[in-house]
Design a protein around this ligand. Structure first.
Ligand code: GRF
Length: 220
């Protein structure tokens, strides 16, 4: 039998939504429920995924707004109407301004395809290959005003292989993303994960700069 789902989350997407799918799959047997999926892009395939599971969707096209602040405000109002416990960015390709981020402080998570603080921004996989990096991975962090710079909750590494192309490497990182993100959301939903000031706290312990100190599989 499913556990009661008291933690309501809103997932923000712009594209394929494979992380959204991982969250949908996990939510059926976990402690959180996806209230609504919001996209800035009406073509986002993730919207189809949500509709398949009867999850309400909303499209807020950033191009319809004169300024970044106007878009942020519309997004904030839409989210306030839904009144979720948590906002989960899952491939949401808009930078959120400081007013938005501070309004929802401690209630926004992001997943980024690199071992932050290395490779913030876009094209992370190609940049790792161009640099001849041997190690790559994924980071889940709280969102603050610093782009891809909020307190790190968890990371998972992958080795870079000789035969890797950007897309092969991206696929291997995505596999890790789909495991790590639902896991972190369940920690938040269980009231175990918080942001205090600029630090992430799990089970009352301050997390170190690289997030959970052991492989996440060992933390239930
Ligand atoms: C993922 O690599 C995620 O880390 C990044 O954007 C990508 C989204 O992929 N923020 P998907 O839409 O979840 O498939």
């Amino acid at each position: 039998m499913n556990q009661p789902s008291n933690c309501h989350i809103v997932v923000l997407i712009s594209g394929s939504g494979s992380n959204l799918q991982a969250l949908i799959d996990a939510s059926t047997s976990s402690n959180f429920k996806i209230s609504t999926v919001i996209s800035n892009n009406q073509e986002a395939y993730g919207l189809r995924r949500a509709e398949k599971y009867n999850i309400p969707v909303r499209i807020i096209n950033h191009r319809a707004f004169k300024t970044r602040e106007d878009f942020d405000l519309a997004l904030r109002k839409a989210i306030d109407e839904i009144n979720p416990n948590l906002i989960v960015l899952a491939g949401f390709m808009r930078i959120l301004g400081s007013n938005f981020v501070s309004y929802f402080a401690g209630r926004i998570l992001n997943i980024h395809p690199s071992l932050l603080p290395k490779y913030p921004g876009i094209n992370t996989h190609q940049r790792v290959l161009d640099d001849g990096g041997q190690e790559h991975g994924v980071t889940v962090h709280f969102v603050t005003e610093a782009l891809d710079g909020g307190p790190i909750i968890a990371q998972e590494k992958v080795s870079v292989l000789d035969k890797d192309t950007s897309s092969i490497l991206a696929a291997r990182v995505l596999e890790k993303e789909h495991i790590i993100y639902p896991k972190v959301v369940t920690w938040f939903a269980a009231g175990r994960l918080h942001m205090r000031g600029s630090q992430a706290i799990l089970d009352n312990e301050l997390l170190p700069p690289t997030g959970v100190p052991m492989k996440y599989e060992t933390i239930p």
